[in-house]
Design a protein around this ligand. Sequence first.
Ligand SMILES: Cc1cc2nc3c(=O)[nH]c(=O)nc-3n(C[C@H](O)[C@H](O)[C@H](O)COP(=O)(O)OP(=O)(O)OC[C@H]3O[C@@H](n4cnc5c(N)ncnc54)[C@H](O)[C@@H]3O)c2cc1C
Length: 392
Amino acid sequence: MNAHVKTPVASVSERIARAAAVAARYADDVDQKGRFPAEAMQALKDERLMGVQIPVELGGEDTPIAEIAELCSILGQACGSTAMIFAMHHIKLSSLVEHGMGAEWHRGFMRRIADEQLLLGSATTEGGIGGNLRNSICAIEVEGDICRLEKEATVISYGVQSDAILITSRAHKDAASSDQVMTVFLKDQYTLEKTHGWDTLGMRGTCSEGFLFKGEAPAEQIIPEPFAEIAAHSMLAMAHLLWSALWYGIAVDAVHRAQAFVRAAARKSPGQTPPGALRLAEISGKLQMIKTDIIHGVRQYEEIRRNPESLTMGFLIAMNNTKLSTSTAIIDIVGQTLLINGIMGFKNDTPFSVGRHLRDAYSAQLQISNERILMNQSTMLLVNKQDMSLLG
Ligand SMILES: Cc1cc2nc3c(=O)[nH]c(=O)nc-3n(C[C@H](O)[C@H](O)[C@H](O)COP(=O)(O)OP(=O)(O)OC[C@H]3O[C@@H](n4cnc5c(N)ncnc54)[C@H](O)[C@@H]3O)c2cc1C
């Protein structure tokens, strides 16, 4: 353990509450200007929440996935963009925690992340294949102990602000498109030439611009396990669960606003049930279904972490289903809060506004297109029976 790294005295829940308060304060400004949520990200670093997933022996806190999902949900209730950045950072970090513990360079890098509270970015999407995560066009070139990569990375969230980028490519120039590796490049080991902007409907603060990525680094920074293993054993589950957790958080905040609106209406007309109350009751059940789905998914993933041999296609189908259902349900839930709050929800400057929530919610179906996931599901379901048991 790093002797000079101080483990925070306050609990993770106290620390996230303080960071989320900062995120909430700046959420509308971040959204309006489409800018990086610098204040909230600084607060998360100040609260030393960027490395909590890392094992204690490397300076982290070994925080369980369920708690990290809760952190994403709490941030989602404050600012969708901040929550997405935090979630994506922890998704990338999980690739190191789950697949880099045996490699000295990656262990040292985890120590640095915990110590310096570094921010990790992700570059899987590629020009020509879009969100087809398990295929790459670009190939890493290894010459002696140096590796080089050039990638048309059409979407890298907070690319400019990242301290390092984890990037996928083919394993070598003759490799098949699905024979991939993931490599860590540090900020001073790559250049980013901007190719696409990010003026979007929602998730405006993620600053997910497109770049031509050019990197050169020691070859030992390539994560030793094939990307196929990383994707199946940790990344797919972490992405779908942490994204779902923050999307759930966005919906929770919209429902809180609707509840406040209905309560205010009830106070104005004592003895009468406000018209929005029934709809509120309906979405409360939908919210609970998402929550149950995520909690169950996290338990399934924890089981895979404990026992990697138990990974089945059924698990991958279940993770995809959680993503598919959460990403569509939140649009319905937030849409219904707009109906409850009416014009006060439609306006951007009232305590009942849900416009930002709705716009952020619409990104969920696109962050790895649901159409693409459904197509993969349909192929897997041709050969695999879905787990229908109620026992777990
Ligand atoms: C907020 C946000 C942040 C992001 N951050 C990052 C990041 O940091 N790094 C990164 O690498 N990526 C990032 N992405 C990109 C994301 O993960 C997807 O890869 C990307 O959005 C896919 O682009 P696309 O919609 O053009 O879909 P593509 O996958 O390119 O597909 C284009 C369209 O074709 C259709 N389609 C594609 N495949 C199929 C199929 N098999 N069956 C049926 N229809 C299909 C779909 O309708 C889809 O809309 C981010 C996305 C969002 C929304």
